[in-house]
Design a protein around this ligand. Sequence first.
Ligand SMILES: Nc1ncnc2c1ncn2[C@@H]1O[C@H](COP(=O)(O)OP(=O)(O)OP(=O)(O)O)[C@@H](O)[C@H]1O
Ligand SMILES: [Mg+2]
Length: 506
Amino acid sequence: MMENVILEAKGICKSFSGVPVLSQVDFSVRKGEIHALMGENGAGKSTLIKILTGVYTKDSGSVFWDGKKVEINSYKDCQKLGMACIYQELSVIPPLTVAQNVFLGREPRKLGLIDHKKMNEMTQALIDQYDFPLEPGALVSNLGIGLRQLVEILKGLSCDSRLLIMDEPTASLSGKEAESLFSIIDTLRKKGVSIIYISHRLEEVYRLSDRLTVLRDGKNAAVLNHDEIEPKKVIQTMIGKVVDESAGSSKEMRKNSNEVVLEVQNLSDGTGFFRHVSFQAHKGEILGLGGLIGAGRTELVRAIYGIDRYREGTILLNGQALKPSPRTSIRAGFGFVPEDRRGQGFIPLLSINRNTALTNYDRIKKNGLAVSDKDELEMCREAIRRIDIRPADPQKQVGLMSGGNQQKVVLGKWLMRDLKVLIVDEPTAGIDVGAKDEIYGILEELAKNGVVVILVSSDLQELIRVSHRILVMRKGAIIQEFDSGVVTQSMVLEAASGLMKKEEAV
Ligand SMILES: Nc1ncnc2c1ncn2[C@@H]1O[C@H](COP(=O)(O)OP(=O)(O)OP(=O)(O)O)[C@@H](O)[C@H]1O
Ligand SMILES: [Mg+2]
């Protein structure tokens, strides 16, 4: 064992119901290094992390901490050693406040009672230290997914750990928030804290990591030093093929002169999340919505689809006014992939099969009567095939699938329908590079067939690569439209940050 190694795992094996997920995995992290863990969706990254943090028990193998063999049987054990983890599927508890979440189980006490005042002060100090847009007393249930992720990160940072594990910490963050996380990571590294970093955003990984371990199908595929980290090679090792991930730095926008399918007139929600929003979307158009976290994009598309109410304005589908509710919207030909897949996108306890069927009962119902299991299964198989859901097992419980594959289920269930408008909010959060490419292909194919695709994305590369036209929102209003000429990532970012004046565009 090398002296500068803080954590070492040797020969880790883990199976679920007889299916091996990790086979003889070796993994080691040095003191003060940022070690990236990569691999495609379902490769076993989160499972390895859950074993190291005592959430799952390993079938065999050993773990060493600072040179000593250890047994980690609970998250408490791992905390005691000096590890903290920011999990991929957020563990924050919505009915509690930010402060209660950050200090859950470690609350400061006075005479045996929780000292709320002190807890709020301690939380405020952390918030100030890291400059997060949070308030200690705010209820997490009132926060969007991006801010919830910041709470999760704050909780991890509050522990003063020697090793911090981050499983997809930036999946729901926009460029700006991600940037502030990176400078925090830099500071931690300088203090000698080790970090395990999991992300599908390759440019982050290249930028941050000192070393990189690639898992493929639950096995070690490579360990690369910083100077060996070469994008093409990493992707090749991860997914076995080469994809061009340089596309999307700039693109020529274009107006679409087909008929208008969706028109939004002067929409306001009444509380300021979005104000006087008007736009048209044409048949076969992919309309991108850019903006920072909190710009109101999610609130806007939720209202258009009918999950939330709006106070003022009109929504027209093919010229007909629509009073949206999820039920009427689905009937009218809308599909919706929410950003919070776990909270709103699927029912974790049900199988892929049932989740797909729930959205599609009207399609497979026969004469208004019962649904045949055979039709249900066939439809599910089609979804699995079209979007390469793994494992390709209709009976698999969605809550037990890998993060990226859960996201594929949420998108896949809409592909079976005759859609007019598909709204996707951060559709590739947590999706690996290979599968991303496939999802872009699917969105493009839908558009070719006349569907209007509304894409909300904080990933600028994705927004530019996929959209035909881009609207940028800021503080609840559309402040910029890019509908012709070449648009670059920095142009979108400047507009989103309020730095670009309207007349400078185009
Ligand atoms: N509790 C569980 N029960 C059954 N199968 C599981 C469970 N947890 C994970 N799996 C399976 O283990 C495999 C690896 O999943 P894991 O979540 O580790 O992947 P991952 O590399 O983190 O992927 P992603 O990039 O999508 O997050 C998947 O096939 C998943 O379905
Ligand atoms: Mg994972």
